[in-house]
Ligand binder design. Structure first.
Ligand SMILES: [Zn+2]
Ligand SMILES: [Zn+2]
Length: 274
């Protein structure tokens, strides 16, 4: 397939919001970009993109991870009103169309993807992979562009071999660090909800993410962003410290060998250029 390639080109990543309050992430170059999820309102997306000088007209696609509302709130609007193509699996598309809260449900802006089959959007070669979660379906995304390999895995019930494979290939990794185990155990959530979160089809704890990263660190990994933090059972300092401590124990120096950032709930993150 023919596509533009500028090997020395700079790319940028930032989060527009992360967590059950709404998720949306931007990855792009100086000319265009893609959004992963659109789980906050369109006006907020517009405003937060504009903060970094980005206009909707340069957004080539929205990649959808799964059909929970905190990931799809605006996909109907962006797809149908702004004509931005919405990429998702057939199951997720169906769930979006049937979702009672999604307005401007998708008609013409739909592009079906299949996990494991790479597809191209301009410079970005994208592969969706399976991520266990209690939604109709859930995809992580592995994206190659220039000399970079980027992986995003959110709402991760379990780090399966497949999830691990794509995490380990990344130079730039967005990974869930949802809850602190002690805070969840001692917190006010009813028992069934606690069970749902820890069940293997819910979310990853700080410890699970930290242990995996420490045990599987490779020197190719340059950026880690912790995402989808719980508002009740976590805080940014705790998530950061847990991962930093585990990496340190293995002799991996955060800030020198690898950069670590926490993507906060409902806050535009700083922009990382690479
Ligand atoms: Zn979510
Ligand atoms: Zn979810």
């Amino acid at each position: 397939m023919q596509y533009e390639l500028f090997p020395s080109e700079r790319f940028s990543f930032f989060s527009l919001s992360s967590g059950s309050c709404g998720n949306s992430y931007y990855l792009g170059n100086s000319r265009y970009g893609i959004l992963i999820d659109a789980g906050i309102g369109p006006r907020v997306i517009k405003k937060r993109l504009a903060h970094y000088g980005i206009d909707f007209s340069s957004i080539m696609a929205i990649l959808v991870t799964h059909d929970h509302y905190d990931h799809i709130k605006s996909v109907g609007y962006l797809g149908e009103k702004l004509h931005i193509p919405v990429y998702a699996t057939r199951e997720v598309h169906k769930a979006i169309i049937n979702h009672p809260l999604v307005r401007n449900s998708l008609n013409g802006s739909t592009i079906y993807i299949e996990k494991g089959t790479p597809f191209q959007i301009k410079d970005f070669q994208i592969t969706a992979f399976n991520v266990p979660h209690d939604s109709v379906d859930n995809s992580g995304y592995f994206i190659r562009f220039g000399n970079h390999r980027f992986t995003l895995a959110t709402d991760v019930g379990t780090i399966t071999d497949e999830v691990a494979y794509y995490i380990c290939k990344a130079n730039h990794l967005v990974i869930e660090s949802n809850y602190d185990e002690e805070m969840l155990n001692n917190g006010r959530y009813p028992y069934p909800l606690k069970q749902r979160i820890t069940s293997g089809s819910g979310h990853l704890s700080n410890r699970q993410t930290a242990e995996f990263l420490a045990n599987n660190y490779s020197s190719d990994l340059r950026n880690i962003w912790l995402c989808h933090l719980s508002g009740d059972n976590n805080n940014p300092e705790l998530a950061y410290q847990t991962v930093e401590t585990h990496l340190n124990r293995k002799g991996i120096k955060v800030g020198e060998q690898v950069s670590l950032q926490v993507l906060q709930r409902n806050i535009l993150s700083s922009k990382t250029d690479f």
